[in-house]
Design a protein around this ligand. Structure first.
Ligand code: GLC
Ligand code: MG
Length: 541
């Protein structure tokens, strides 16, 4: 929400809409980076980790936001971006000049000399996420620096204890401002492998995943991602949070980890028998498994297995449907499945994470090459930018069917609106009797009121190629059953084959938008007709 008409959302805008979050029933909100930044990567390039970006507001505005959130009993989580800073950060400027104490704040290297041409070359063939080399030459210092993201996002050097200490200061600084925890950004590239005794780094080998030599996937990332030191750093941050609470009292705070890594790496972030790590390493399986092989009942089962079967005992699971880096869930899975997916995320055991707008069923914006602002898109070309750009999921939030979807009173918004804002928006969906928003709210209400969803056991199965079923049960309480038809044809199913203990009839609690069934009515367990795309939450009571 934009409060000052510049077309860009801001802190006062958020404060003015906290009641909406409260009304949804969510308990915490994560803000993407709000710190001082030249905005090359929309705040993920931070020039001052201790100050607020002026277009978002001031520290006073932030304090007002926290105050209001506290009044509403909402927790505010900030984005912690440890891997890199902006090249406009004072630390980087000092490092370029080799100022005392900052010489090794970033990952610098002389590069190599090509034996045939005699010309200077980057130290390795490493590629950045946003396409192209991960090394940049700096004339002034006569060295290359590493940037796993954009050129303007130099990687901090975590093998320097001063950097480690500095970033812990960042955590404490914002804890002091009353935040409830952090979403830790981009963990895989935090550490790179140590250079050899000659100070040389190894090249990555060709992966075979793509022919495009600029694309990060062209090479493996064995030496530049998922190093053991990264796991240990998260344990250290957890200690910072726990120590803070020990010293200052108050509530414990939370660590969420962004990592698209294989399970063997991701699960270590939770900690182990002797040490605590992050509370929640994000579980992106509901995104990534479907990205690879499409939406089907068996892929949903696979995504859930992948987490629950690998998670260490005694930890909490979590379910994520979307974020600002991925296509909108409604566009990715098909509009007709957005309720089915929101239901899943709410009914599976553990924490549920919703990207703003998924509760409305917002879809991707159509952003032309000319309007593209995401560096990942801009670093490609008009032919292929749609594969890379993350702008479509970042269009303004849709509050109303009016001008700028009620997001801004300005003449222009920072990205164009998505086309369907006239029907997909908070005001319209609040007025209509049945809407994605109302479905979402009833799901949150169930989560918050039913012990079965909070503590119950979980059973699930792809009962046909198209139909997925899930049951939560707690002894002494009614069980809940979720069923979804991800196929394109109507089917009749017998849920007794899924679970023999189910009663003959199940009462409908929540139904997807296009479903013709009725809440409160009982439906036959042995003979349940599910139309294409239909998803239901039923109770044994
Ligand atoms: C994370 C963020 C993404 C950002 C990148 C670099 O993946 O989610 O938006 O571009 O890190 O900080
Ligand atoms: Mg604004």
């Amino acid at each position: 929400m934009d409060s000052d008409g510049d077309g860009i959302g801001d802190l006062n805008g958020i404060t003015s809409k906290l009641e909406y979050l409260k009304d949804l029933g969510v308990t915490a909100a994560w803000l993407s980076p709000i710190f001082k930044s030249p905005m090359v990567d929309f705040g993920y390039d931070i020039s001052d980790f201790f100050d607020i970006q002026p277009e978002y507001g001031t520290l006073e505005d932030f304090r007002a936001l926290i105050k209001k959130a506290n009044e509403l009993d909402l927790k505010i989580i900030l984005d912690f971006v440890p891997n890199h800073s902006s090249d406009e950060n004072e630390w980087f400027k000092k490092s370029v000049k080799r100022e005392k104490g900052y010489e090794d704040y970033y990952v610098w290297h002389d590069g190599k000399v090509n034996a045939e041409t005699g010309e200077r070359e980057p130290p390795t063939n490493w590629l950045q996420y946003f396409r192209g080399s991960a090394w940049q030459w700096v004339e002034e210092r006569q060295q290359y620096y590493l940037h796993q993201f954009a050129v303007q996002q130099p990687d901090l050097n975590y093998r320097n204890p001063d950097v480690v200490a500095q970033m812990k200061r960042v955590l404490r600084y914002w804890l002091n401002e009353g935040v409830a925890g952090f979403r830790c950004d981009a963990l895989p590239p935090l550490f790179e492998v140590r250079p050899d005794v000659q100070g040389q780094y190894p090249d990555e080998v060709v992966s075979g995943a793509t022919e495009d030599t600029e694309d990060r996937d062209y090479l493996t990332t064995t030496y530049i991602e998922n190093q053991p030191e990264t796991i240990d750093m998260v344990y250290q941050w957890r200690e910072v949070l726990d120590d803070y609470q020990r010293i200052h009292g108050g509530n414990s705070s939370v660590l969420l980890i962004e990592t698209y890594s294989p399970a063997w790496f991701t699960m270590q972030f939770y900690g182990n028998r002797s040490v605590d790590g992050a509370h929640l390493p994000f579980n992106f399986n509901l995104i990534t498994v479907m990205e690879e092989s499409g939406l089907s009942a068996s892929n949903v089962q696979k995504a859930i297995d992948l987490w629950l079967q690998n998670m260490p005992a005694g930890r909490t699971a979590n379910w994520v449907l979307g974020n600002h880096d991925k296509r909108r869930a409604a566009s990715r899975h098909g509009k007709e499945h957005i309720d089915a997916m929101n239901m899943l995320v709410m009914i599976l055991p553990g924490a549920s994470v919703t990207y703003q707008g998924e509760e409305l069923g917002m879809t991707d914006g159509q952003i032309s090459w000319e309007d593209t602002v995401d560096p990942w898109g801009c670093n490609s070309n008009p032919e292929i930018y749609e594969k890379y750009t993350r702008d479509p999921a970042r269009t303004p939030f849709q509050w109303t069917n009016g001008t700028n979807a009620g997001f801004s009173t300005g003449s222009k918004t920072w990205l164009p609106l998505a086309a369907d804002y006239e029907t997909i928006n908070v005001a319209t969906e609040s007025e209509t009797e049945h809407s994605h928003l109302k479905i979402y709210k009833s799901l949150v209400a169930l989560r918050r009121s039913l012990k079965t969803l909070q503590n119950g056991s979980t059973k699930y199965a792809a009962i046909t190629e198209d139909v997925f079923a899930l049951k939560r049960s707690l002894s002494g309480d009614a069980s809940l059953v979720y069923v979804s038809n991800f196929g394109t044809a109507d089917v009749t199913i017998n849920l007794e084959e899924f679970d023999k203990t189910l009663p003959a009839s199940l009462q409908l609690l929540v139904r997807s938008l296009e479903s013709n069934k009725k809440e409160g009515v009982g439906y036959a367990t042995q003979d349940l007709l599910l139309s294409a795309g239909e998803a239901l939450v039923l109770s044994t009571e």
